[in-house]
Each structure stands twice: as structure tokens, then as C-alpha cells.
Design a protein around this ligand. Structure first.
Ligand SMILES: [Fe+2]
Ligand SMILES: [Fe+2]
Length: 336
């Protein structure tokens, strides 16, 4: 473990040196150095969005580090969950997707090679450093080894600092260049060569494994909103809370539509097959059979709509709940 750490420390210094070197000496300039906008290709938008999510989580980690300094303790479980997410999502999906983009960009413009090499080193560094941090957190949580707190702070400070530099470098020197260098067929190629996996915290549905992070972020939003007006508090907090039931409802509805459309397809296919396999005795069968088929499908449609209605009613109650709680709170405050 100590050897692993010292190797990692040397690597960190190398990573830092290279980062500074590339940033200072780079002559790359881009015409598209503006923030992402409506015309930004979907492939890049996903990367920009994921950078935002990572940035939010790094802020939470920085706050927890501050708590260690000022209060001598922090929410180590929350920190563990965030690092678990970093290893499971950005390290497994975000960075590898970027690496496919880097490869294509290097072919288009070889002057990007040093910067890309630097970024690839960072990707490797995040994996090594992430594992060390998870080990240290695990010891603190399960073995109560408080003495590891100083080492943990150093590891985290380094991790956050390299990650921030990394994202800045990607956005200012690589992603903007990608807009200039790639055309529609390149974007299509990237789309086919990579997989986009829905984010387990910021996607449509919050994964149970990361529920603690979600709750923490929801609380932060409410706290921040509290600094504005009371009306904003009611609206923003309620909106954030309603995201999950709403997305759950939408997911249930899409499951119902999916299963019912399969049934409708099967019913139609059987009807068509029966007309082909056994030709009707009477010409009116050509009308009667499709009509029967339509009636069968009608039952399926009605059944599906009934189920969707049930989900919508359930979802509406859940979505409305935080709003009504907020309004009740506002009324109570007005009375005082
Ligand atoms: Fe990256
Ligand atoms: Fe990135």
C-alpha cells in the first residue's frame, strides 16, 4: 500500500508538471471557444453535461474536506459514495468515450498529440488515485482509523485539483477544437463507436446505490433556494423533489406502452397470417377478420390506457406532494 502510494505520488507530480507544461506552451487556438450552445453536437453535449455533474460532486467533496479541517470530521459515507460513482461512471464510461474522440482528433490534427497524451495520463491517474481514496475511506468508515484523515485530505486535494485542471484542459483545448475539426460523418462515426449509459445520479432515474448523494444534493438545492425568496424556495425545492417520481412514472408508462405495443403487433401478425394460411370461405371474411383484429387490439389499447391512467394518478400525487408541503410551509410562515 505504501509503495503504491509513493508510486502514485510520483505519478501525480509528473501529471501536474505535464499539465502545466502543456497549458503554458500550447499554441492551439480555437474559433469555437465559446460555451456549448444549441448547435453543439449531441456527442459533445453529453460530455459537457457530465463535466457539470462531476463539478457539482467535486464541490461537495471540497465542502466535506473543509469540514474535516474545521470540525475534525465529515460525512465519510457520502464521500465514499461519490468516489464509488467516480470509479463506476466517469472512469468506466465518460473517459473511455472521450478517448475514442481523442483518437479521431489526433488523426485530424497531430499538434493535439501532446495535450491528448497528457489527458490520457490523467485518466489513468484518476483510476489509481480513486482506488487509493476508496481504500482510505473504507478504513476510516469500518476500522475507525482516524489517523488516516490527513493522508485522505492530501489524496483528495490532489484528486480534485488534477480533475479540475483536466476538465478545463479538455474543454478549452480539445472539445472546442473538435467542433472545428469534425464533420457530420465523424460525429456519426463517434456515435456508433461509443456507448452512452444513463447517468445513475443525474439521469432520468436515480439509482438506489446513489440515493444518499441525491438526498444530499436535494438538501443543498433547498438550502440555496432559501437564500432567495420564499416563493422560490417552494418552487425550486419542490421541482427538484418531483424529478424522481416524475421520471419513475415516465419509466413505468414506457414499460406499459412497450408491452402493449408488442401485444398489438402480435395480434395483427396473427390476423394477417390466418388470412394468408387459410384463405377465407367468404369474401366478407376479408373485412370481418381485420375488424375482429381491431376489436382485439382495442381491448389491449383500453387496458394499456387504464394502466397508464393508474400510473399518472400515482405520479401526480407524488409530484404534487412537495409542492403542497412547500405551500403549507409558506402559509404557516405567513401566519407567524
Ligand atoms: Fe477526461
Ligand atoms: Fe472529461
Amino acid at each position: 500500500m505504501n509503495t503504491k502510494k509513493s508510486i502514485s505520488k510520483n505519478k501525480t507530480e509528473a501529471v501536474r508538471k505535464e499539465t502545466n507544461h502543456t497549458t503554458k506552451t500550447s499554441t492551439i487556438s480555437s474559433e469555437s471557444d465559446a460555451l456549448p450552445n444549441k448547435t453543439t453536437p449531441a456527442f459533445l453535449m453529453t460530455i459537457y453535461d457530465e463535466h457539470k455533474y462531476i463539478g457539482v460532486l467535486m464541490k461537495v467533496l471540497a465542502e466535506q474536506l473543509e469540514n474535516i479541517s474545521s470540525k475534525g470530521t465529515a460525512d465519510f459515507d457520502l464521500m465514499f459514495d461519490i468516489m464509488h460513482y467516480m470509479r463506476e461512471f466517469p472512469d468506466r464510461f465518460h473517459h473511455p468515450r472521450e478517448e475514442v474522440l481523442f483518437l479521431l482528433l489526433k488523426e485530424k490534427d497531430s499538434s493535439l498529440t501532446p495535450t491528448i497524451k497528457n489527458l490520457l495520463n490523467h485518466h489513468e491517474h484518476f483510476g489509481d488515485r480513486g482506488d487509493l481514496i476508496l481504500d482510505a475511506l473504507n478504513d476510516i468508515i469500518h476500522k475507525f482509523t482516524i489517523s488516516k484523515k490527513d493522508a485522505l485530505q492530501d489524496l483528495f486535494e490532489d484528486y480534485i485539483s488534477v480533475l479540475e485542471t483536466h476538465i478545463e484542459l479538455e474543454e478549452t483545448e480539445i472539445l472546442c477544437r473538435a467542433i472545428d475539426l469534425l464533420d457530420e460523418s465523424d460525429w456519426q462515426q463517434l456515435k456508433h463507436r461509443t456507448t452512452v449509459v444513463e447517468d445513475p445520479i443525474f439521469g432520468h432515474q436515480v439509482h438506489q446505490r446513489y440515493r444518499r448523494i441525491y438526498d444530499h444534493l436535494a438538501q443543498r438545492i433547498e438550502k440555496a433556494a432559501d437564500d432567495f425568496t420564499l416563493m422560490e424556495f417552494v418552487g425550486l425545492g419542490a421541482f427538484f423533489e418531483s424529478i424522481e417520481p416524475l421520471s419513475l412514472g415516465i419509466s413505468e408508462i414506457s414499460d406499459i406502452i412497450n408491452s402493449h405495443s408488442k401485444q398489438v403487433y402480435r395480434t395483427n401478425a396473427n390476423c394477417y397470417k390466418s388470412l394468408r394460411v387459410s384463405p377465407p370461405n367468404q369474401r366478407t371474411d376479408y373485412i370481418a377478420k381485420p375488424v375482429n383484429c381491431f376489436l382485439d387490439c382495442y381491448d389491449v389499447y383500453v387496458d394499456g390506457l387504464f394502466n397508464i391512467g393508474k400510473v399518472l394518478r400515482k405520479t401526480r400525487e407524488k409530484v404534487a406532494e412537495p409542492y403542497s408541503t412547500g405551500f403549507n410551509l409558506l402559509k404557516e410562515l405567513e401566519k407567524q
